[in-house]
Structure formats: C-alpha cells, structure tokens
Design a protein around this ligand. Structure first.
Ligand code: SF4
Length: 191
C-alpha cells in the first residue's frame, strides 16, 4: 500500500461535502493559482508522509462509530499523488463511504494524467478546475465560478453537494482552532 504526503486531516467536517466527512488535505501543489487560500500546502517537501493503511485505519474507526458518511480529499493537489489518493479512495469506498475530491485539474486533464483514471474510478464527486480569484464565488463548494461539480456516480446529486455549508470553525479540547470550508472565516485576535 502506498504512502501519501499529508498536510492535515480533520476527523469530522460538515463543510467539505455532503453529510459529515473525514477530510485529508494532501501536501504539494505545483499549479500556483493566484489568490490560493491554502499556500502552505504548496511545497512538495512539507507536511508528513503517512501510510495509506494508517489513514484508512483512522477512517475505519470513525466509520465504525457512525461518525462519518464520506471521505473528502483536498489540498494541495490530490492528482499529483494519484497512486496514493486512488488507494485511499478505494479503501474508503470499501468501508461504504462516499468519496469526493477537490482538484485544480479539470476532468479532461485528469483523464489524461498518469493515474487519473484510477482516481476517477473510485470517486463519487469531483470538484474541478483552478481557483480563479477574478471569478471568486465561495459558495456551493466552488471557490470560483469556473470550477465545476461532477456527480460521477448516483451517490450524490449536484444540488446535495451545493448545499454544503460554506464555512466551519472547530475548537478542539486543547483549544486548537480549525477553520475550513469554501469561504473560511478569517479569525482576528481580540485586544
Ligand atoms: S490547485 Fe488548489 S491548492 Fe493548488 S494553487 Fe490552485 S487553489 Fe491552491
């Protein structure tokens, strides 16, 4: 089983696709969209390498507790780690979870990339296309209006995907704050 270079994970999110989802942000993206909201994911050598089996064990635990309906893979650029992402998606699907990927590549580009068809074969929903700051949308799970939602199976409708909340703030037991979603709220310190 391959490994993935991972930027971050969240065990339960309602702002990254239909229902409650385990989210993996992969590390590394060479696309360089101007205005990208997550530039700390760009460096290929950042994050940490995690075995896909270890990620799947955590996802399986959450699924067994009935805490998640699906897996979302975001980034960073998932298609630049296609082998590991495809393995992760296949494992999630075997657990009965739905699968969703955000990619800066378009569907046609993914079809032509090494490993792209393997990712698509394990995928229920693809949100595709570069982020274009001039076409900023930040709703319905699309960062900009050029991006498209593809329902690749009958598991979710596009309307269901578009109904995803735009932002979410999680405060962990240790006080750590995680802000996520397609329109994350900038946090300001009080005086
Ligand atoms: S593809 Fe995504 S992570 Fe990469 S630069 Fe564009 S918006 Fe940022």
């Amino acid at each position: 089983m391959p490994a993935l270079r991972v930027h971050a994970t969240v065990a339960r999110s309602r702002a990254n696709g239909p229902g409650t989802r385990f989210v993996v942000w992969v590390q590394g993206c060479s696309l360089g969209c101007v205005g990208c909201f997550n530039p700390t994911t760009h460096a290929a050598e950042g994050g940490e390498e995690v075995a896909v089996d270890d990620l799947l064990a955590r996802i399986a635990d959450a699924a067994a507790r009935g805490e998640v309906d699906g897996l979302t893979v975001s980034g960073g650029e998932p298609l630049e780690q296609a082998e590991g992402v495809a393995a992760l998606l296949r494992g999630a699907r075997a657990l009965g979870l739905s699968t969703l990927v955000f990619s800066g590549f378009t569907l046609d580009e993914i079809r032509a990339r090494p490993g792209g068809p393997d990712v698509l074969a394990a995928l229920d929903v693809l949100v595709d296309g570069r982020y274009e700051a001039r076409a900023r949308l930040a709703e319905g799970l699309r960062g900009s209006s050029n991006q498209r939602i593809h329902a690749l199976t009958a598991r979710h409708t596009v309307a269901e995907v578009e109904a995803t909340p735009v932002a979410e703030i999680q405060i962990g037991p240790d006080g750590a704050v995680v802000v996520t979603g397609v329109a994350p709220v900038p946090l300001r310190r009080g005086r």
